[in-house]
Design a protein around this ligand. Structure first.
Ligand code: PLA
Length: 443
């Protein structure tokens, strides 16, 4: 049999004309269009994407109808009743905004000036000389992710071929962000499964071995997913080797206030590097500490050695942002500016944050106590208590994590991470049973 195209050749021009007339006639009867639309799509070559390893967990959770189901996937703070929480200071700030009847016109490309000022001050401390010297370029971003993406685009454009070193493991989206921005990356050792602690020597030697002038991505505090942070002495040693190798530190600060409950203490890693006079990048997010997840509010900050360099960097960040999303949304920016800029709201925020961080610490303790009371094997579970922030890196492997979900309806990421921010005291016993069953009965 001949391939269909050969018949067209054989028909010649006249035959084709007849075919076109016939097709037009059938189209006018509404027959042919339907057949074409159903059978062949212009998007045929697009395959189905896998669900997101973190946000996809919430989708699966919503579809489960079991009464004991528990969503410990995404890092989102819930109340003891496992309900989403809007901070009191956020409601107050929003009321203020309504009273003032604030407008909704476009923001400048770099975002709301009052927000940019507040966010840099929150990061470095209001009296940091870097701010007075105007050595910081701050651009409002679409939360932590969008801010990281802007920085990645800046690296791709102005440091062609430069590598970003990311911790192993890290937040899953880091790799996507640099891949999509076409920035090469590799990993440095971070987590030591034997000690369930920091592989400090591995980290230092991998940073040392990286090509001079690499970007070193560091979690400012509450490392995701491990919950393991370097000590202040270790941070100094990390800064030493970064400085020695002329690398550029690139901080991701998504949990300021959530590690210790103190905004200042949680910014100490960044401040330590900045105090050495180093140039650095910092992406900030207000998703967790102000509970503004869906408002997409954050910033990218570039600390430079001169005000002149900072002005140029800022101008280029704006140039990158303009064709990407033009300018950022105003609502979250106003909330942050109102809360940080008002002494009464600011101190109220700190209290609420301590409360949130405190609730997470207390379920962490309760989970540990419940596991220890149930597990008579003598296994040391104390790493659960040593980890900080929203997450616990349980050490459960993929099959064990699957068991947590399939048998126990506990939704979590497949790397063994659980978000304690989604756990209530009432569910600690149940979770302890699930962990012990998965750990001992699944390999
Ligand atoms: N950086 C780190 C280290 C994060 O953990 C997250 C969020 C972000 C940046 C970005 O958050 P933002 O864009 O909302 O500001 N990580 C979450 C959510 C909480 C997520 O994956 O998007 C997590 O569950 O890991």
């Amino acid at each position: 049999m001949l391939p269909p195209s050969s018949y067209f050749y054989m028909m010649g021009n006249f035959g084709l004309q007849i075919l076109v007339i016939v097709i037009s006639f059938l189209q006018s009867l509404g027959r042919i269009t339907m057949a074409v639309a159903v059978d062949v799509s212009q998007f045929e070559s697009i395959t189905m994407a896998p669900p997101d390893p973190i946000l996809g967990v919430s989708e699966a959770f919503r579809a489960d109808t079991h009464e004991m189901k528990l969503n410990l996937g995404v890092g989102a703070y819930r109340t003891e009743e496992l309900q989403p929480y809007v901070l009191g200071v956020v409601k107050k700030a929003e009321n203020l905004m309504l009273e003032r009847g604030e407008f909704k016109e476009y923001l400048p490309i770099e975002g709301l000036a009052a927000f940019n000022k507040a966010t840099a001050e929150l990061l470095l401390g209001a009296d940091n000389p870097i701010i007075k010297q105007q050595r910081i370029a701050t651009v409002q971003g679409l939360s932590g992710t969008g801010s990281l993406r802007l920085a990645a685009a800046l690296i791709e454009r102005y440091f062609p071929g430069a590598k970003v070193l990311i911790s192993s493991p890290t937040w899953g989206n880091h790799k996507n962000i640099f891949n999509d921005a076409r920035v090469p990356w590799s990993e440095y050792r971070y987590y030591d499964p034997k000690t369930v602690g920091l592989d400090f020597d591995g980290m230092i030697s991998d940073i040392k071995a990286a090509p001079e002038g690499s970007f070193i991505l560091l979690h400012g505090c509450a490392h995701n997913p491990t919950g393991i942070d370097p000590t202040p002495e270790q941070w100094e040693a990390i800064a030493d080797v970064i400085q020695e190798k002329n690398h550029i530190p690139f901080f991701d600060v998504a949990y300021q206030g959530f590690a210790s409950g103190s905004l200042d203490a949680d910014a100490s890693s960044v401040r330590l590097f900045a105090a050495r006079g180093m140039e650095l990048l910092v992406a900030q997010s207000y998703s967790k500490n102000l509970g503004l997840y869906a408002e997409r509010i954050g910033a990218i900050n570039v600390v430079c050695s001169s005000a002149d360099a900072a002005a140029r960097v800022k101008s280029q960040l704006k140039r990158i942002a303009r064709p990407m999303y033009s300018n950022p949304p105003v609502h979250g920016a106003r909330i942050v500016a109102n809360v940080v800029g008002d002494p009464a709201l600011f101190s109220e925020w700190k209290e609420e944050m301590e409360l949130m961080a405190g609730r997470i610490k207390s379920v962490r303790q309760k989970l540990y106590d419940s596991i220890c009371a149930k597990d008579k094997s003598g296994k040391d579970w104390s790493y659960i208590l040593k980890q900080i922030g929203m997450f616990s890196f349980t050490g459960l492997n993929r099959a064990q994590s699957d068991n947590m979900t399939d048998k126990w309806h506990v939704y979590m990421t497949k790397d063994g991470r659980i978000s304690l921010a989604g756990l209530s005291a009432a569910k600690c016993e149940y979770l302890a049973d699930a962990i012990i069953d998965s750990f001992y009965n699944v390999s």
